[in-house]
Design a protein around this ligand. Structure first.
Ligand code: PMP
Length: 283
């Protein structure tokens, strides 16, 4: 069965799914996106994802292509038409098609594209039981990383450099050596006294939905959480590290560059949180 995409009002086979070459997303990366995990048919944290999408669009003065209820229908229908139980749902909204010129066009309508592909949650879970290696990479992004822009060139370069260095993810750091976030994830460490530490979302990083969900879970589990910046060196001497994102869920980190973290196996705090997160999405 061919995959089905939603493109501006129509459900079409992938082979016919196109946008115009003068779409501003294509020409200027003038658009935003969201990525939602679907587990057993359920859209995980749908409302916060819609909130973040609306906020990203508002910040860039791009019109919502349709209301929340209609959009939710399109999301579910895209999953249904692709006959997927566990999926990665990708949503992209751009400022639309207009003659190439930098200022916002006077009248263009937003382009909405929605795709869904199978997500192997069992593989994510199995990777999480072993943990991953990460690689430090300089953060060369702009000053509005709170907006989930489709302009991902620095993130792509960081991820690629990390992969070439043997890391699954890039842990990006600012000019003062403080960890900002992963190329597509939020980064956490656990201090020797068991406190969870992650950078503030006021600090030019993406407010991760998984990060927020996990923050609440940690509080419910009476774990200490501190929101502050930490340096690469501090992370390397931490008891544990892990990352969060919609597709990686809660993923323990066992090696950071050449430094083995927590003896090279997922630590107790990350494992406890990962179990809580799996129960949440599978429950
Ligand atoms: N930071 C960046 C830069 C990302 O691209 C993502 C994933 N979209 C995240 C963090 C994690 O966000 P979420 O938990 O909402 O997937």
């Amino acid at each position: 069965m061919s995959r089905i995409a939603y493109v501006n009002g129509a459900y079409v086979p992938m082979s016919d799914a196109y946008v115009h070459i003068e779409d501003r997303g294509y020409q200027f990366a003038d658009g935003v996106y969201e990525g939602i995990t679907v587990a057993s048919g359920k859209l995980i944290d749908l409302e916060p994802h819609l909130d973040r999408l609306e906020r990203s669009l508002r910040e860039l003065q791009i019109a919502m292509p349709m209301g929340r209820r209609a959009m939710t229908f399109v999301f579910k229908e895209t999953v249904r038409r692709n006959r997927l139980a566990n999926a990665f749902l990708y949503i992209q909204v751009t400022r639309g098609v207009a003659k190439r010129d930098h200022p916002f066009p006077a009248n263009s309508s937003s382009t909405l594209v929605v795709t869904a592909r199978r997500l192997d949650l069992a593989a994510v879970k199995s990777r999480a039981s072993i943990g991953i290696n990460v690689s430090s990479q300089p953060d060369i992004r702009w000053g509005r990383c709170d907006v989930k822009s489709i302009s991902l060139l620095p993130n792509i370069l960081a991820k690629q450099a990390a992969r070439e260095a043997g890391g699954f993810e890039a842990v990006m750091y600012d000019k003062d050596g403080y960890v900002t976030e992963g190329s597509s994830t939020n980064i956490w460490m656990v201090t020797k006294d068991g406190t969870l530490v992650t950078r503030s979302t006021d600090d030019n990083i993406l407010p991760g939905i998984t990060r927020a969900t996990l923050m609440q879970m940690a509080k419910d589990l009476q774990m200490q959480v501190e929101t502050r910046a930490f340096k690469v060196e501090e992370a390397k001497s931490a008891a544990e590290m892990f990352l969060t994102s919609s597709t990686s869920c809660t993923m323990p980190i066992v090696k950071f560059d050449d430094t083995v973290i927590g003896g090279g196996t997922p630590g107790p705090a990350a494992t406890r949180l990962a179990e809580a997160y799996w129960a949440y999405i599978e429950g």
